[in-house]
Design a protein around this ligand. Structure first.
Ligand SMILES: Cc1cc2nc3c(=O)[nH]c(=O)nc-3n(C[C@H](O)[C@H](O)[C@H](O)COP(=O)(O)OP(=O)(O)OC[C@H]3O[C@@H](n4cnc5c(N)ncnc54)[C@H](O)[C@@H]3O)c2cc1C
Length: 469
């Protein structure tokens, strides 16, 4: 078989639909098929990219002209121990499959992304963080063991102690060292399918960051919405959502609230309107005045503080409420720019970013803030500080201006001692990567690359952009 079969040639896009790359796409269902493709790649000299749910905002799971392995077909839960809360999965298992398996037994994944459609392989490949990063760290901190198939054909098992250097490099290693083929994770015990949530407004950037700092030690989760269209005294205003687990015995209906049927997000609004249509109705508002109007209304509504109980799924996966919401951005799609800044420099740096975006007429339509902590993974985006994720609409008219402003943002962030996340930004260049990761981390990563993948079989558009560019 030649993996470069023209019938397999498919146009793949990033999650934001702002990038596209034609590739030869294969969907293995057994590890042996991956091994076969690696063997052909070593022989014929083509490159291979691993793809999970394709939920990265950028080019992480794209490989223009090469082979892409869609690992969604390796989606078996191999072992579940409900007494210990330990699960072993294939890499294509999604967070949705995982929480639906473990919650009825009283457990929840320790770290989740803002969508449940990511796979465990993709989550480890990027070392995702959740709204509890300040206390739980990244998902990698909850991995007890993984087995990986290397492009050489060798199989390796890693734990934090055994092959520890590879453990800390493959997690967050953008799928460039090998394929996770089985992953063992520790879940977190729950006594209810509900969280106790508090929602309160913040009037500006300083209040936003103070609220995250002060709130984080008191809560299990905290996240901020930032109205990036607001300027002047209201710059950085928004709303904080903090959430806590319910202590044992405080949810009289816990048997019911922990069932999948209770958690599942409804397919309709008000019981009648299909949510799959909502993104069409969002489209007319996806411009500067429209988003300003929507954000201002949202902010005014948020001035009323709220305390309520909410299911885990609806708290964590808010964005999944509106299926295909990213299509509302139109044919150019969107890019997300996420920067991670230390406590001391975040406010000034983000004021500079937001001011610049307004001066250039390129406001972000969605801003999200979180509180973070550093971690020990080799290609880490962690800081003792905060992150701000900003979504920007891409059009044929603004694409070059957007690319330029994102480079300017990089300079502001780097000057302030910040870091970036390889699952998000589309413009990070090799110089920026060197500056935030440090030459030593890159040299150590490249030494492992040489050991695990001497023929450079694993490459992606992201890897070429950031490490080979
Ligand atoms: C709506 C939305 C909300 C999000 N919220 C968050 C958030 O809160 N926190 C956060 O950290 N991220 C968040 N993300 C980003 C997302 O979690 C990451 O991009 C994640 O890596 C996507 O997983 P995936 O399965 O779609 O992987 P893909 O995007 O398909 O791949 C991601 C990377 O993992 C590699 N990879 C995939 N499978 C394997 C494997 N088996 N072995 C080795 N490498 C592999 C790929 O090569 C690629 O480099 C969000 C994304 C979206 C769309």
């Amino acid at each position: 078989m030649s993996p470069l079969d023209p019938r397999k040639f498919t146009r793949l896009e990033n999650f934001g639909h702002s990038l596209a790359a034609p590739s030869f796409v294969y969907r293995p269902v057994e590890t042996g098929e991956i091994d076969e493709i690696f063997r052909a790649a070593r022989r014929d000299g083509f490159t291979v990219t691993l793809r999970g749910g394709g939920r990265s905002y950028n080019d992480a799971a794209l490989n223009g002209g090469g082979v892409v392995l869609d690992l969604g077909g390796l989606s078996r839960i191999l072992d579940w121990d409900p007494a210990a809360g330990r699960v072993r999965v294939e890499p294509g298992v999604t967070l949705q499959q995982l929480w639906q398996k473990v919650l009825p037994d009283g457990w929840w994944p320790p770290v989740v992304s803002g969508t449940m459609y990511t796979t465990l392989g993709g989550c480890l490949g990027m070392n995702i963080h959740g709204k509890n990063n300040f206390v739980a760290g990244t998902i990698g901190e909850h991995v007890r063991e993984f087995t990986a198939l290397l492009p050489t054909g060798a199989t390796v098992t890693c734990t934090p102690r055994k092959n520890g250097d590879l453990f800390r490099a493959m997690i967050g290693g953008m799928g460039m060292l090998g394929v996770f083929i089985s992953i063992t994770l520790q879940m977190k015990p729950m006594h209810s399918g509900l969280l106790a949530v508090s929602a309160y407004p913040v009037r500006n950037l300083e209040e936003q960051l103070c609220a995250l700092s002060a709130g984080a030690p008191q809560h299990a989760y905290i996240v901020g919405w930032l109205d990036a269209t607001a300027r002047g005294r209201g710059l950085g205003r928004g709303q904080i959502h903090a959430a806590d687990y319910l202590p044992e015995g405080t949810d009289p209906e816990c048997q019911r609230t922990m069932q999948v049927a209770y958690q599942t997000l409804p397919a309709t609004m008000f019981g009648i309107f299909p949510k799959s249509l909502i993104h069409h109705f969002m489209k007319p508002f996806m411009n500067n005045p429209g988003t300003w109007g929507v954000n201002t209304t949202k902010y005014l509504l948020s001035l009323r503080r709220g305390r309520y109980r909410q299911s885990h799924a609806s708290f964590h996966f808010l964005l999944d409420y509106v299926p295909d919401w990213e299509l509302a951005y139109g044919p150019g799609g969107l890019v997300q720019y996420q920067s991670f800044l230390p406590l001391a420099t975040a406010a000034d740096a983000w004021r500079a970013l937001l001011d610049l975006s307004h001066r250039r007429g390129l406001p972000s339509y969605l801003g999200v803030t979180k509180r973070h902590r550093p971690d020990e993974f080799l290609l880490s985006h962690g800081v003792d500080g905060f992150s701000l994720a900003l979504d920007f609409k891409v059009t044929s008219g603004n694409r070059p201006r957007l690319a330029r402003i994102l480079q300017e943002f990089d300079e502001i962030v780097l000057q302030a001692g910040g870091r970036f996340y390889f699952a998000k930004n589309s413009e990070t260049n090799p110089q920026s990567a060197r500056r935030f990761l440090g030459q030593d981390a890159i040299a150590r990563f490249m030494a492992l690359k040489k050991r695990c993948d001497p023929q450079h079989v694993l490459e992606s558009d992201l890897y070429r952009r950031v490490f080979l560019g």
